[in-house]
Structure formats: structure tokens, C-alpha cells
Design a protein around this ligand. Structure first.
Ligand SMILES: *Cc1c(COP(=O)(O)O)cnc(C)c1O
Length: 601
């Protein structure tokens, strides 16, 4: 017996997709419904009836048929999508994705006629020649300069920067950073041991006899951190401090008192009774948590936010480093020796500080320039952003020298400066790379990036943007965005509504939070929510006119009446619907995973 269905049993009679014919009649017209077992499965329902509707789009227009679609149908669908996208673009306030895609002037669309692919290391020649590595390297150099890296890239110089342009957004850069950090801290290496085969091996040092924890890194990040971190921990099998505390040290008390938090707490609100703090990591909580694991002999992996997802907050990277370096220094984590190659101990530090600058690493350097040189730029930002880049150094007393603190930085190109699709930059230093390393005995491995094929258009789009603007123009762009954020905050505070709007904005942030309006307004402006609040982000594409129109919409009598259940499913609702269970003896919790909120919906 075959498990294939025959088409006559399966192909349904309802009209399918744009042409309104049944699936069976389409198959018949293609000579594929011949009474034989089916070559393909048939739809059980009209997909349009099953999937979530999107006002402005007729899903049937997009349903693909066995014979493709006639040109006029294709055109209709694409025209409808273009109309939809342009309308949504013109009313975008909810996400930190810049909608100005300056590309139109020099017509980047002509590059769509080539298959462009930057697979492999950006600093190699690359076997696949239709690539844009020249533009990619220029973009990387541009950010290396802004982030105080040593450039141009030199694989022989441990202090030189290395990086690449990611194909996803910062999620990829964060994943790569955590991967690199985990292997670096765990004493792993790619090298060619003296074995019969002539290949590179992925090897790991033995932990020193007096410290079995020396190669087990523990991760720390705040409760305002992007959900890509919870995911990275799972993908990479890294223990965050909560998992490690629960599973390795069940008899120890949390140094903060009470239950162990699942993530590092963020700063509390300065107003009593409000849980809406500024969104920055609480350094007073981070320090004792890190100290606990340093005392246990673990290497430390920290990710800090520079422009957090919901509140747009900037962790004080500089202050965190100043607090933590003495702790690392005291325990010998600043320069520790690992023996991977017999008789050739290697010095590697026992901590890694990653800066998730998905949004803020793009404009941060320009805000800092303006703060430092108001006479050149004619603007003093309301908040002075802390140092967050490769130039950040702290003096280690025990070692008697200045230590550079930041090991890696992520940035999303589609957030700031803005690109028409997800892209971004991952950057570190040569000395932290596992492959290809600075040492010559460890050769070759050119497969240094996360993906194989990499997007080759993104470097062109980024390059074209950066080529259009001077540093002064870039300062002006962030100045205007900051002004728009202040304007939106002011207009919301002045708005008379039947309920309190809980308007809040962390100084220096582009995000303005306020009470969630009705579903119609949320959909019109793509407002993203956490609990009862939404945020709007001021970006270079945000204008006074858009803000005025939003404020106008918010003055409608039903603006804040949530009549029926909003389309956004609340975390509390999901959690309430999931039955709480007791773990079996020996089953362990690896920590909390954000699956809603934090700008996800
Ligand atoms: C958006 C964001 C990310 C993820 O970036 P994608 O480009 O969406 O992958 C990571 N971290 C922070 C702080 C973000 O805001």
C-alpha cells in the first residue's frame, strides 16, 4: 500500500487563490491529475481562510499555483504589496528601523541583476568573484574608526580589529559574539596537532588542577536584554548565572538576598511604586553577582546593551568596566595562562565584555563627538553617553597597566543608519579570534563567518549611505532624531486623555513609552507593546508631521478604550494558559526565556 493519496480523493472543490479555480482543475490542466497517486499534496482548506488577515493585502493574490501566475496576476499582487508597504512605511513609528533608504538617488536597484555573494572572510580574495568585499571592507573600516579599533585590518596584529557584515541583524552578531566568547573563555582553539591526518583540529585545554571551573564561562545580561540572548544561550549551551547558581551551587545563597533573579535586574524606577525604570543594567546588582562566580573560579561573559530594545537605554559600559576590572584583576582573570600547545602557555583573559549596540553603536559615536566638541557640531546632547567601544581602558592596579575592556560589538545596519533589509556588523579584535589566529602555526581556516553565503547587497547599501554623509551630517541626523523624541514626549505629556498615559523616556533615548492605544491605532503605526505600554522610536525618518498625526489619532474618543481583546497576546495570558509543572528529581532549569514582549510583537 502506498501512503500517497490519489488526487481525486484529496484535491478539494473550493476555489483556490487568485484565479478562483479549484486546485484539482489546476492540476488537471497541468496534466498532473491523471488518476495516479498524487505528485503533490493538496490544500485541505483555502489558506487565506486559515492565516491571520492583513488589512490591505488579499492573501489569495499571493497563493502560488502549480502553473505559476499569469503576468497580470503577478503584477496585481506585487502592486498591492508595494501600496501596502509604502503606506506602512509612511506610518512607521513603533520600531527602531529607519525608513529613509537614501539609496534611490544613485539607483542601487541595478545591482539586483547580479547574484552578489560575499561568502567567506571579508579580508580574503574570495573565490566567488561577483562579490562586494571592497565595499564591505570600507564599511568595516568606517566603523572600526568610530569604535576606536585599530585599522585597517591586519591579521598579524593581535590588536587589530576583525569583523564582518552579517546577513541577519544583530541576532547573528550576538550569536557569533557569544560563540566566540564561549570558545575563547573555555580555552578552545583551532590548530594542527601532530597527528597522522593533516587537518585542523578543534581542541580544548585541560582546566588547571586547582580550578575545575576555569574553563566554564558564566553569562550575565540584564532583564532589558534582547531575546536573542536567551536563544543564544540555548543554541550554544552557555550557562547564564541563574542556571549555574541553580544547578552548580544549589546550597549557596544569592548575594542579592532572596531568590536568584533569572537575569541581572535593571535599575529600579526613581518613582516609588512604579516598575518602569530607565532600562539600564543595575550595576549595584551586577557587581555582587559577578563577584560570586569569580570567587568560584569561573571566567565571566557579560553582554551590555547600548540602545536597548524597548526603552532605547544605554548601559553605562564605562562604569561597569570600572567596577569589574578590579575584581578580575584581584583573581588573576586579566591575564591568565592556558596551556593548549605543550610547553607554550598562552595568555588569555578570563572575561569577555560584549556590547550589544544593535541600535546605539550606530549613532553613539556621533553623540559622543557632539558632547565632546560642541563648538564643532553646535549641539550638546541632553545625555552624555558613556564610552562603549574598543578605546575603553581601565587601569589594573595589580598588573600596573591599562586594560582595554570591550571584546566585541554588534550593530544592526537596518536600525541605525538604516537599510531596506536586515544587516549589520560584528566586530572584535584579532587577538580574540579562534580562527584564523595571529599565530602562524595555526593556518588557513578561511571559513571565519557564521554563514556560508553572505548578503553582498548590504555592504553596498551601507556603503552608499556612509558615502553620502559627513560626520557632521551624521551628528545632525542623530540631533534631529533626539529632537523628535523630545517633541513626541512633550506632545504625549500635553495630551489630555481619560486615563493616565504613563509617558516615559530615558534621557538620551530615542524611545518614548506610553499607554497602549486601541488595536486600530497600534496597527496603523506599527506600535510594539510590552504589557500595557507601547513604544515609539524617533528615527531619521520620523517627522513632526507623523508625530502630529499620531497625536491627532490618540485624541479620538475611543483611542484608549480596549474594546475587544487586542491582537497582541499578553505574556501574562500565555503564562496563565500554560500549566505550571513540578520538575522531576534531577531535571534542571536552564533559566527564563523571553518569548513575548521586548519588542517582539
Ligand atoms: C533589535 C535588537 C537586536 C536584534 O537585532 P536584529 O537586527 O533584529 O536581529 C539585538 N539587540 C538589541 C538591543 C536590539 O534592539
Amino acid at each position: 500500500m502506498t501512503t500517497k493519496e490519489s488526487p481525486s480523493q484529496a484535491a478539494p472543490e473550493f476555489p483556490f487563490g487568485a484565479t478562483g479555480e479549484t486546485w484539482l482543475s489546476i492540476l488537471e490542466s497541468e496534466g498532473l491529475a491523471d488518476g495516479q497517486p498524487a505528485y503533490v499534496t493538496s490544500p485541505l482548506k483555502e489558506p487565506k481562510e486559515v492565516y491571520p488577515p492583513e488589512p490591505g493585502i488579499d492573501a489569495a493574490d499571493f497563493e502560488l499555483q502549480p502553473r505559476g501566475l499569469p503576468p497580470e496576476r503577478r503584477k496585481k499582487a506585487l502592486d498591492a504589496m508595494a501600496t501596502y508597504l509604502i503606506n506602512k512605511r509612511d506610518h512607521m513609528l513603533g520600531y527602531q528601523f529607519n525608513q529613509d533608504t537614501d539609496g534611490a538617488q544613485l539607483d542601487l536597484s541595478r545591482f539586483l541583476d547580479c547574484h552578489v555573494n560575499n561568502m567567506g572572510d571579508p579580508f580574503d580574495h574570495g573565490g566567488y568573484k561577483p562579490n562586494t568585499r571592497a565595499a564591505e571592507r570600507a564599511v568595516l573600516d568606517y566603523y572600526a574608526a568610530l569604535w576606536k579599533g585599530k585599522w585597517p585590518h591586519n591579521p598579524k596584529d593581535p590588536e587589530s580589529y576583525w569583523g564582518y557584515m552579517i546577513s541577519m541583524g544583530s541576532t547573528e552578531a550576538n550569536l557569533y559574539a557569544m560563540w566566540n566568547a564561549r570558545d575563547y573563555l573555555a580555552g578552545k582553539a583551532l590548530l594542527k596537532p601532530k597527528t597522522k591526518d593533516d587537518s585542523l583540529h578543534f581542541v580544548q585545554a585541560a582546566p588547571p588542577k586547582d580550578n575545575p571551573n576555569a574553563l566554564i564561562p558564566i553569562a550575565f545580561y540584564s532583564q532589558d536584554t534582547h531575546y536573542s540572548f536567551g536563544k543564544a544561550m540555548r543554541v550554544l549551551g552557555i550557562e547564564n548565572f541563574y542556571a549555574a547558581a541553580k544547578n552548580r551551587y544549589p546550597n549557596d545563597d544569592c548575594p542579592l538576598g532572596g531568590e536568584w533573579p533569572t537575569e541581572v535586574p535593571s535599575k529600579p524606577s526613581s518613582k516609588k511604586g512604579l516598575d518602569d525604570g530607565p532600562g539600564e543594567i543595575d550595576i549595584d546588582k551586577l557587581v555582587p553577582l559577578v563577584s560570586f562566580f569569580v570567587e568560584k573560579g569561573h571566567p565571566i561573559l557579560i553582554s551590555l546593551n547600548f540602545g536597548s530594545t524597548f526603552k532605547g537605554a544605554h548601559d553605562d559600559v564605562e562604569l561597569v568596566c570600572k567596577h569589574l576590572l578590579p575584581i578580575f584583576d584581584k583573581k588573576g582573570l586579566v591575564e591568565r595562562e592556558l596551556e593548549i600547545i605543550k610547553g607554550k602557555p598562552e595568555v588569555r583573559r578570563g572575561f569577555w565584555i560584549h556590547v550589544d549596540g544593535a541600535l546605539g553603536a550606530g549613532y553613539g559615536p556621533f553623540m559622543r563627538m557632539a558632547s565632546e566638541k560642541p563648538e564643532v557640531f553646535g549641539w550638546t546632547p541632553e545625555a552624555e553617553l558613556p564610552a562603549f567601544d574598543f578605546g575603553l581602558k581601565v587601569h589594573a592596579k595589580k598588573l600596573g597597566k591599562d586594560i582595554d575592556m570591550v571584546s566585541s560589538i554588534s550593530m544592526s545596519g537596518h536600525k541605525w543608519p538604516g537599510a531596506p533589509w536586515p544587516c549589520g556588523v560584528y566586530m572584535t579584535k584579532v587577538k580574540y579570534q579562534l580562527a584564523p589566529p595571529a599565530e602562524v602555526q595555526v593556518i588557513g581556516a578561511k571559513d571565519t563567518t557564521f554563514a556560508g553565503s553572505r548578503n553582498g547587497f548590504s555592504p553596498l547599501v551601507m556603503w552608499d549611505h556612509l558615502a553620502q554623509f559627513s560626520y557632521k551630517d551624521q551628528v545632525e541626523r542623530i540631533r534631529v532624531a533626539q529632537e523628535m523624541a523630545q517633541y513626541l514626549e512633550r506632545r504625549l505629556k500635553e495630551l489630555k486623555a481619560p486615563v493616565s498615559l504613563n509617558v516615559a523616556r530615558t534621557p538620551g533615548s530615542l524611545s518614548v513609552r506610553f499607554r497602549r492605544p486601541n488595536a486600530r491605532i497600534c496597527a496603523k503605526w506599527s506600535l510594539s507593546s510590552v504589557g500595557q505600554n507601547v513604544h515609539a522610536f524617533a528615527m531619521p525618518s520620523t517627522t513632526r508631521e507623523k508625530i502630529d498625526e499620531l497625536i491627532f489619532d490618540l485624541q479620538a474618543s475611543d483611542a484608549f478604550t480596549i474594546t475587544k481583546k487586542p491582537p497582541i497576546v499578553e505574556l501574562e495570558e500565555i503564562l496563565a494558559a500554560v500549566e505550571a509543572v513540578e520538575l522531576a528529581p534531577g531535571a534542571i532549569s536552564w533559566g527564563a526565556v523571553a518569548f513575548t514582549g521586548r519588542g517582539m510583537e
